[in-house]
Design a protein around this ligand. Structure first.
Ligand code: MN3
Length: 204
């Protein structure tokens, strides 16, 4: 499958301790993420879909086999998720993304509260997102399962620049049913430099 590559994890399994535990990271990356990747590539191998980009596939995902939506979504979503976290993360954003957050949400604290509300409010499994929409504005939203805002089936539409996995597999070993505690801990590992990079690319 030349067109798609399973990404390396940019840090070790224990790098995000104590906020995200090593066992969760290992299972999440090597089992869940790898599973989505394998099922996605198996589903498109030898078909006309195998040479399309993820963006092209997602833009018409309603017309493709459901494995593209579920497993292709899982592949893309986790690849972004690992990149927007870092053992050197946390703190407050800087640069253009910081200015945009302040302009859109008034303050970083207000942004965090609205994002956390979206993440807590997602019933069942899914993701909370910060996207750049068609008007090149920031927007917070959430999607169910492994959907994302690049998909034609999604209620919110735009380029994801930041996302939080709120499936139980992302937090249950350490936080059990306490999703709000996991969300609160997540802020300590956010790689704002990466988010700023994605923001600048999405705004172009
Ligand atoms: Mn996950």
């Amino acid at each position: 499958m030349a067109n798609f590559k399973f990404p390396d994890l940019p840090y070790s399994y224990d790098a995000l301790e104590p906020y995200i535990d090593a066992q969760t990271m290992e299972l999440h990356y090597s089992k869940h993420h790898k599973g989505y990747f394998t099922k996605f590539t198996n589903a498109i191998e030898g078909t006309e879909l195998e040479n399309k980009s993820l963006e092209e596939l997602f833009a018409n995902v309603s017309k493709h086999p459901v494995a593209v939506r579920n497993h292709g979504g899982g592949f893309y979503n986790h690849s972004l998720f690992w990149e927007i976290m870092s053992p050197n993360g946390g703190g407050e954003p800087k640069g253009e993304i910081a200015d945009a957050i302040k302009k859109t949400y008034g303050s970083f604290d207000n942004f965090k509260e609205q994002f956390a509300t979206a993440a807590k409010g997602r019933f069942g499994s899914g993701w909370a997102w910060l996207i750049v929409n068609d008007k090149k504005e920031l927007e917070i939203c959430s999607t169910p399962n492994q959907d994302n805002p690049l998909m034609d089936v999604s209620d919110c539409q735009g380029q994801p620049i930041f996302g939080l996995d709120v499936w139980e597999h992302a937090y249950y070993l350490k936080y059990q049913n306490r999703r709000p505690d996991y969300i609160e801990a997540f802020w300590n590992v956010v790689n704002w430099d990466a988010v700023d990079k994605y923001y600048k690319a999405a705004k172009k």
